[in-house]
Structure formats: structure tokens, C-alpha cells
Design a protein around this ligand. Structure first.
Ligand code: NDP
Ligand code: GDR
Length: 325
């Protein structure tokens, strides 16, 4: 039985990957940071029906000793580093925390692996945000980076540390440069979930409008369930490498809204308000990935079209709010 160690298991990707690996008969160890809300921290794992099948252990990405101890104790075959301050907007409010967790935290993981368990295979959750002010219409593994937020700068540091530890110490370390991926388990602060939650509340009479920021931003949105499969595939290759994971298609926030409101028979234009306070100090206007390398080398393809993703998210939020009423 293979053992996987996941940091950030309580987040969206952690939950989907845990389910995916359990179905492959892995032993799944998930690292969680101490929380006063421990009764709700496993909510996503519970939603997917896997909470009772994972082993949750205490640690923190900023505490190197906890990482060394855990990796030495469990000696996992595969390590997935998802833990991060992952919300771009917050990274301007808390740039140092973001740098410490999202950037230096990854370096801590690499150091812990090098010290305690250098044969473990390592996956780093890199991000399309690293492309920022894009230098090519469709971004691939060879497109130059241009980060536009403290979050993206921290991810870029983590990304290059992953490459560096591979090249310097021979660690099996791969980096997945993932474009936006969403699901019913997406955090409520991200735009897609904000929209589907808002649509559900409006449909059920719990709200009468939805406030957003930049409706013109374009993103390449896929489904988290599809993307965790690509992460696992990366760690099954003979040699470690970096891969862009994306659908290859982009849409605007406005288009996402149209799909979500349209799904429940409402006209988006009647309900959306724009608040300039929600605009970012520096925006990433458009991201669209070129997943050709992953398509060819991993035989991986995004499987969920945007309308199906939106419909699944709206339906889940209708259930949540229906239940709450
Ligand atoms: P989430 O924000 O849903 O999850 C982040 C996880 O990190 C949570 O489990 C959180 O724990 C944990 N965490 C935060 N700080 C610490 C810490 N100091 N020590 C230990 N754990 C910590 O992110 P996603 O699941 O959406 O994304 C997973 C990773 O992939 C992130 O690194 C993200 O930046 C990256 N990424 C995501 C993309 C996406 O579109 N979703 C695209 C590209 C990259 P807690 O529950 O306690 O807050
Ligand atoms: P992003 O996701 O910054 O791409 O990072 P987010 O959903 O927050 O923003 C996407 C785009 O939507 C615009 N937008 C709004 N965003 C939010 N959150 N709230 C709003 O009200 C709103 N209105 C418009 C934003 O300006 C932006 O252009 C996500 C995270 O998961 C990162 O961790 C990950 O690395 C990247 O995706 C790839």
C-alpha cells in the first residue's frame, strides 16, 4: 500500500486528492494546523465522504521541526504540498504571512524532505498566477513569468525552489502549474463560488443582488476533480518535471455569471452590482493555459466543460441554502 502525505488536506484540492488516492487504495495522511474550529475543519472531507478514512496529524508549514518529524515518521511515497495562503486578494493585506506560508513554507517542506526522507516524491502546487502580466497569449511551461501580487511572487519562489532542489539534490520534485480549478468545495471568497452562492441565495429569496469587482477578468476554469488526477500522474512519471494543467479555454467573470444565473432561469444583468472596492491593486487581466505537454506526456485532458462545472456548483449551493432554510 502506498502512503501519501498531503499538506492543506482541509482545502478544496486536499479533499479531492484524498478521495482520489483512497480510491487507489493509498494510505492518506493529512497534515492540519491547530484550529479552534476543529469541529468544522474537516467539512470538505466530510462532504466527499472520506473524513473517516484519512489520518489527520498536527503540523504547520511554518514549523520546520513539525515537518521533519512527520516526514521522518510516516516516510510517505508521495508528498503533495497544497498548504498556502491561497487567496490573491488577501496577499496585499498580509504580504508577509503570504510570503512566509506560501513561499518559505514550500522551502520548509523541501528541507524537511531532504533531511528526513529524501526518497519521497514531492509535488508543489504552483500557479498560473505566476504568469501574471502574460508574455504569451496561451501560457506554457516555457512562457516567462511576471507575477502581479505578493501571492504570485511567493508562489514563484516556491516554484523555483522546487526546481532547484530537483537539480541540486536530485530530489524527485515536480511542480504543477495549475490554472484556476473550481468545484462545489471552492472557498466562498473566490469569484466562482461567490457567484454560485449568490445565485443560489437570490433564487431562494435570501438575497436580492450580488456584488462583484472586475467582470472583465478572463480565467481558464477547470474542475478540481479533474486536476487532482493530473497531479498524481505527474508523480508516476520516471523523471520529475513541471507541467501546465489547464483546459485551454478562457471566459470572463461576466460569462461565468451569465451561465450561473442562466442555470436557474435568471438574467444576470438584473442582479449584479459592481463595487470598485473589490478591484485589486494590480489585476491579472487574462490567463489561458496551453496544456499540450500534459496532454501528450501524461495523457491527461480536462474533462469538465465550463457549463457543467457551473451547473454542479450552483446545484450544490442550492442544496446548501435550501437545507439551511
Ligand atoms: P485552499 O485555500 O482551499 O486550501 C489551502 C490549505 O492550506 C488549507 O487546508 C489550509 O488549512 C492550509 N494551510 C494554510 N496555511 C497553513 C499553514 N501555515 N500550515 C498548514 N496548512 C496551512 O486552496 P486550494 O485547495 O484551492 O489550492 C491548493 C493549493 O494549490 C494552494 O497552494 C493554492 O495556492 C494552489 N493553487 C490553487 C489553484 C486553484 O485554482 N484552486 C490553482 C493553482 C494553484 P486551513 O483549513 O486550516 O485554513
Ligand atoms: P484568482 O481567483 O485570483 O484567479 O486565484 P479569484 O476567484 O479570487 O479571482 C478571479 C478573478 O475574478 C475577479 N473578481 C473577483 N474575485 C473575487 N475573489 N471576488 C470578487 O468579488 C471578484 N470580482 C471579480 C478577480 O479580480 C480575478 O481577476 C485563484 C486562487 O485559487 C489561487 O490560489 C490560484 O493560484 C489561482 O486561482 C490560479
Amino acid at each position: 500500500m502506498n502512503t501519501a502525505f498531503i499538506t492543506g488536506i482541509t482545502g478544496q484540492d486536499g479533499a479531492y486528492l484524498a478521495k482520489f488516492l483512497l480510491e487507489k487504495n493509498y494510505r492518506v495522511i493529512g497534515m492540519i494546523r491547530r484550529s479552534a474550529s476543529s469541529d468544522v475543519i474537516g467539512e470538505r472531507l466530510r462532504w466527499l465522504g472520506v473524513l473517516d478514512h484519512v489520518e489527520l496529524v498536527d503540523g504547520n508549514l511554518t514549523d520546520l521541526s513539525s515537518l521533519i518529524r512527520l516526514l521522518g515518521q510516516y516516510k510517505p511515497d508521495e508528498v503533495y504540498n497544497f498548504a498556502a495562503q491561497s487567496f490573491v486578494a488577501t496577499s496585499w493585506q498580509q504580504p508577509l504571512v503570504t510570503g512566509t506560508v506560501t513561499g518559505m513554507g514550500a522551502a520548509n517542506m523541501l528541507e524537511a524532505l531532504r533531511i528526513a526522507h529524501p526518497v519521497g516524491r514531492f509535488y508543489q502546487a504552483s500557479s498560473s498566477e505566476m504568469f501574471g502580466k502574460i508574455q504569451a497569449a496561451a501560457q506554457s511551461e516555457t512562457t516567462p513569468f511576471y507575477p502581479r501580487s505578493p501571492y504570485a511572487a511567493a508562489k514563484l519562489y516556491a516554484h523555483w525552489m522546487t526546481v532547484n532542489y530537483r537539480e541540486s539534490f536530485g530530489l524527485y520534485a515536480s511542480s504543477g502549474i495549475l490554472f484556476n480549478h473550481e468545484s462545489p468545495l471552492r472557498g466562498i471568497e473566490f469569484v466562482t463560488r461567490r457567484i454560485t452562492d449568490g445565485v443560489a441565495r437570490i433564487k431562494l429569496g435570501l438575497a436580492d443582488h450580488l456584488t462583484l469587482g472586475n467582470l472583465g477578468a478572463r480565467r481558464d476554469w477547470g474542475h478540481a476533480r479533474d486536476y487532482v488526477k493530473a497531479m498524481w500522474l505527474m508523480l508516476q512519471q520516471d523523471v520529475p518535471d513541471d507541467y501546465v494543467i489547464a483546459t485551454g479555454h478562457d471566459a470572463t467573470v461576466q460569462e461565468f455569471c451569465n451561465l450561473a444565473f442562466g442555470h436557474v432561469g435568471l438574467d444576470a444583468s438584473a442582479y449584479i452590482r459592481v463595487d470598485s472596492a473589490r478591484l485589486r491593486p494590480a489585476e491579472v487581466d487574462v490567463l489561458r493555459g496551453d496544456p499540450a505537454k500534459a496532454n501528450n506526456a501524461l495523457h491527461w485532458h480536462a474533462e469538465t466543460p465550463l457549463p457543467a462545472l457551473v451547473a454542479e456548483m450552483v446545484e450544490a449551493d442550492l442544496v446548501r441554502h435550501g437545507r439551511a432554510r
